[in-house]
Write a protein that binds this ligand. Structure first.
Ligand code: SF4
Length: 335
């Protein structure tokens, strides 16, 4: 079955960006080295939209990998104008892009509006001044807030990205970043754990023992806090973790990479919920049965039934069973 929304990614690695964030080498993350020209953009659009496969109802072109609004106006207009005929023909519906909060003002946003951009994603990464400073991002929380406000005031969909585990980041600073993002009320967030990529400044810091990435267990626990916060505030979590692209895997040196990080976080949330239910139940039956929504059964059982093993050990249970129910929205402990 086709997904509801198709995003055609057009990479503009590092374009428009005068900065050097310590973690960034967009060319290695995206695997794209050439500057996007007419041919490259057309090629991407053809590959995604005219492949002959059934297409989702809503289709967008996305300029990712650089600071789009940091580009010269001429370059922005050139790139945006390439996708306009595809919108006119109905093959695309809108445009989305990512950029740096320091490159947002009303004039830039008006230009984007003119070219039918609907969604603007801002790289926040952290709201802690110390973390941002150590990460080579000269940006203040007030400037991030102002940019987020402007994007919403001009009626774009706002997306915010966070990178847990940057230099100087810890559980407390990351929680504060997540709380600050909730207060900015974006439509969605993306959570990208900090990884050490070959050739970046962070790689040097890692080799010189000036940076230690978070381990996978800490990352999962801390992401759990953020995901629960965003879920509770009705903010969509569009992504947790980087996709396992060959270019990323080739250049990954260290850090809490996992191809199914979101699943690990969600199944940990389910484990906590089940443990709380069992703790609160009266009577000490030797088994437990949970009724769970069909499509989330594996989130409850956990990777390789890890949650089952943990619950058995925590509550001295002989058996933990799951009844899948398609009509169910919320889970329940049956007995
Ligand atoms: S602002 Fe974005 S593109 Fe520029 S160095 Fe930082 S992460 Fe890379």
């Amino acid at each position: 079955m086709a997904h509801e929304r198709l995003i055609v990614p057009i990479f503009i690695p590092h374009e428009g960006c005068p900065y050097r964030c310590v973690f960034c080498d967009q060319r290695d993350i995206t695997g794209v080295r050439a500057k996007a020209d007419r041919e490259a953009v057309e090629k991407a659009l053809h590959a995604y939209l005219r492949s002959g496969s059934p297409l989702p109802a809503y289709r967008e072109a996305a300029f990712y990998g650089g600071s789009f609004t940091g580009l010269s106006q001429a370059r922005q207009e050139f790139l945006l104008s390439l996708v306009q005929p595809w919108i006119d023909s109905g093959e695309l519906h809108a445009v989305r892009l990512s950029t740096h909060p320091l490159f947002i003002d009303d004039e830039k946003l008006d230009l984007l509006k003119h070219y039918r951009v609907e969604t603007v994603e801002l790289g926040v990464q952290s709201t802690d001044p110390g973390v941002l400073d150590l990460s080579g991002r000269p940006c203040l929380l007030d400037e991030i807030r102002l940019a987020a406000e402007s994007v919403k005031r001009k009626r774009f969909n706002l997306g915010l990205q966070l990178m847990p585990g940057l230099p100087g980041d810890n559980e407390e600073t990351f929680r504060k970043s997540a709380d600050d993002v909730v207060r900015m009320r974006p439509q969605f967030v993306r959570l990208y754990p900090t990884l050490v990529i070959r050739g970046t400044a962070l790689h040097r810091m890692y080799l010189e023992r000036k940076f230690v990435p978070w381990d996978l267990e800490s990352m999962v626990e801390r992401l759990k806090y953020a995901v629960l916060k965003f879920n509770g505030a009705g903010i969509q979590v569009a992504r947790v973790g980087l996709p396992p692209d060959p270019s990323l895997l080739e250049n990954l040196v260290a850090g809490p990479f996992h191809p199914a990080l979101r699943y690990l976080v969600e199944s940990r949330i389910c484990l906590d919920w089940m443990a709380a239910q069992l703790k609160a139940r009266t009577g000490g039956a030797g088994s437990a049965i949970f009724k769970v929504p069909s499509k989330y059964v594996s989130n409850y059982t956990g990777h390789k039934r890890e949650n089952v093993g943990k619950l058995k050990a925590m509550f001295r249970l002989e058996d933990v069973k799951f009844v899948a129910d398609e009509s169910l929205i919320s889970p329940a402990l049956v007995c």
